[in-house]
Write a protein that binds this ligand. Structure first.
Ligand SMILES: Cc1cc2nc3c(=O)[nH]c(=O)nc-3n(C[C@H](O)[C@H](O)[C@H](O)COP(=O)(O)OP(=O)(O)OC[C@H]3O[C@@H](n4cnc5c(N)ncnc54)[C@H](O)[C@@H]3O)c2cc1C
Ligand code: SF4
Length: 464
């Protein structure tokens, strides 16, 4: 097996002591020299295993070769052929579980830093100025997209490129879904998301903000208004709680509210932006995924003196990206592993003052294949905390399903669809992303948006 002699290039990052003081992007990106050096590590496999590892089939060896030759803008173009939000993916995709996991160099050494190279190429191309998109021949049919997250944006862009008149309805006052309301500025600058949204709009997609489908207007209203197909990319924004005593005390947030206030409403710039957030001195975030890491790192930046992750399994089982766990550790986050919260304690005014937990040990594997955490008798203890964030996962938002005749959902709330087309149980209504799978990843939501766009095109052709 070939092993590259050049070591994998490290991504320059803000120093931990500086970055906890600000919300600016932590990872700073490769410069040209680093990018070329990293690109030189790719051995241009005849049968590149990295490509099938990418859910949207980016032609990885080709774009890496273009970087190697110094054609950075060309590399950006190549990526954009199949990935409509590459500056986002280059920053937040779990590459270590996708393309980089299957890169042949990873077998005996370190895989090519495909994600970092993707970010370099598309950032370069964006700064150099985007080519105006080609305007397709209009086909004379209207399509509605509900939700402007990665699934909706991808589906909208692909249908607009095919000549459909596309309108995207978004419940919030800003487009982008989790990319703007969840993932913090220090991992994904909002300007990048805004530019990607502008690109989709430049394809002719109309964006209607502050429009909750199922409240402001229904799916039936959309059909009555002349839309011939509807895509639901409404995400999974419904927070879960633990159902333990004390969850309604003041100072207990869902991660959803915590992150939305901090990021979308820019509470960290209070009073310039007028959404306050009360972050105490000792914060506990419950959960071990990316949402928990984002929440706890926000707490440090909002001024917490101590920020804890409380997770009932062990560190190896944490679903968060390794890179983000490392970032959190460097920034001083304290990890309380194998720890289960059982009760939240309040003071006489109704504010959180502590968290009762019990230590766990790992037992036999459960249905998920991971070893089941079991409580250790007599290990109860109290953590002194004044703010708590519940980052336990989310469920699909039920509004559309409840207000649309003929839409069926699983018991846990996910929309039931045909896997390959995204067709729901109602004719002309398609769905994809977190609304179907439950909380997953940006790239999977985009893949679902793409597949649905293709299927919607087939369907709509039959109606011409
Ligand atoms: C804090 C956090 C961090 C994450 N980190 C990562 C990461 O590092 N890497 C990664 O790959 N994934 C990450 N994810 C997951 C990823 O962001 C999601 O899987 C992805 O955004 C799902 O895309 P979507 O388009 O299906 O839904 P969303 O991004 O949730 O977008 C749905 C949109 O629909 C709108 N909407 C909902 N209901 C209606 C309605 N009735 N009418 C109109 N509009 C509606 C919502 O307001 C929202 O804007 C993270 C998620 C969170 C919460
Ligand atoms: S598998 Fe790795 S080495 Fe081979 S082409 Fe893909 S990135 Fe290059």
């Amino acid at each position: 097996m070939p092993v590259s002699k050049t070591p994998r290039q490290e991504m320059p990052r803000q120093r931990p002591e500086d970055r906890v003081q600000n919300f600016n992007e932590v990872a700073l990106g490769f410069d040209e020299e680093m990018a070329k050096k990293e690109a030189s590590r790719c051995i241009q496999c005849k049968k590149p295993l990295c490509v099938p590892g990418c859910p949207v089939n980016v032609q990885i060896p080709q774009f890496i070769e273009m970087i190697h030759e110094g054609d950075y803008a060309g590399a950006g173009e190549k990526i954009k052929e199949t990935n409509s939000l590459p500056a986002v993916c280059g920053r937040v995709c779990p590459q270590e579980e996708q393309c980089e996991k299957t890169c042949v160099l990873g077998k005996k050494g370190e895989p090519v830093a495909i994600g970092r190279l993707e970010r370099f190429a598309v950032d370069y191309q964006r700064k150099a100025g985007l080519k105006p998109p080609l305007k397709p021949e209009p086909v004379g049919q209207k399509v509605a997209i509900v939700g402007s997250g990665p699934a909706g944006l991808t589906c909208a862009g692909d249908l607009a490129k095919l000549g459909y008149q596309v309108t995207m309805f978004e419940a919030l006052h800003a487009p982008g879904g989790v990319l703007v309301y969840g993932i913090p500025e220090f991992r994904l600058p909002k300007q990048i998301v805004a530019e990607e949204v502008e690109y989709v709009k430049s394809l002719g997609v109309e964006l209607v903000l502050n429009a909750i489908v199922g409240r402001t207007l229904t799916v039936d209203d959309l059909f009555a208004g002349g839309y011939e197909a509807v895509f639901l990319g409404t995400g999974a924004g419904l927070p879960k709680f633990m159902d333990i005593p004390g969850e309604n005390l003041m100072g207990v947030y869902s991660a959803n509210e915590w992150l939305t206030r901090t990021n979308l409403m820019k509470a960290y710039l209070f009073p310039v932006y007028d959404t306050p957030i009360k972050c105490g001195k000792r914060v506990a975030v419950i959960g071990g995924g990316n949402v928990a890491m984002d929440s706890v790192r926000c707490a440090l930046r909002l001024g917490a003196e101590e920020a804890h992750i409380v997770y009932r399994r062990s560190e190896v089982e944490m679903p968060a990206r390794l890179e983000e766990v490392e970032n959190a550790k460097e920034e001083g986050v304290i990890f309380e592993m194998l720890t289960l919260p059982v009760r939240i304690l309040g003071d006489e005014k109704g504010w959180v003052k502590g968290l009762e937990c019990v230590r766990m040990e790992l037992g036999e594997p459960d249905a998920s294949g991971r070893r089941r955490p079991v409580p250790r008798k007599g290990s109860e203890f109290i953590m002194e905390v004044d703010t708590m964030v519940m980052a336990l996962g989310t469920s699909p938002n039920p509004i559309c399903a409840r207000t649309t005749q003929g839409l069926q959902v699983h018991s846990w709330g996910g929309l039931i669809v045909d896997e390959s087309t995204g067709l729901t149980t109602r004719q002309g209504v398609y769905a994809g992303g977190d609304a179907v799978t439950g909380s997953a990843t940006v790239i999977l939501a985009m893949g679902a948006g793409k597949a649905a766009a293709q299927a919607m095109d087939e369907y709509l052709k039959t109606k011409r």
